[in-house]
Write a protein of this length. Structure first.
Length: 135
């Protein structure tokens, strides 16, 4: 085989270019998807705290809610924590709230769900951290 013929032979050029283009497209696509996912990562960093509450119903309209364990609720992870029920008005619970802290709530009706509602520090997320039905 002659050297000039070997250099002039371009039979395999098309498949090689095709493979290089497919790899380049895959890498670019992975970079775009990765950037998109990492851009959304900042929103995921604000997660709902895992907290356990105990409810002690005293009579027909008073309940004492106690933080039994889990995350401390403070200004780093919470904008507000509110106690509410369908029959009563909203009552804010002062931050910080750590294990052992308790708050009294009045004004619910029998059968109402008494809820502890959390709002994220950015104010863009809310979640019910605890709920108990009044007797």
């Amino acid at each position: 085989m002659q050297l000039k013929q070997l250099l002039a032979d371009d039979d395999a050029v098309s498949p090689v270019i095709g493979v290089i283009l497919m790899v380049a497209i895959t890498v670019i696509l992975a970079a775009v998807i990765g950037t998109f996912v990492l851009g959304l990562g900042s929103q995921v960093s604000q997660t709902t705290p895992q907290v356990s509450f105990g409810y002690d119903f005293n009579g027909t309209t008073d309940v004492t809610i106690t933080h039994d364990g889990g995350a401390t609720l403070d200004s780093d992870n919470s904008n507000s924590v509110t106690i509410r029920s369908a029959g009563g008005s909203d009552q804010p619970w002062s931050l910080p709230i750590s294990a052992g802290d308790s708050e009294s709530y009045t004004g619910y009706s029998s059968g109402d769900d008494v809820r502890v509602v959390w709002e994220s520090s950015g104010g863009d997320q809310t979640a019910v951290l605890g709920v108990q039905q009044a007797p």
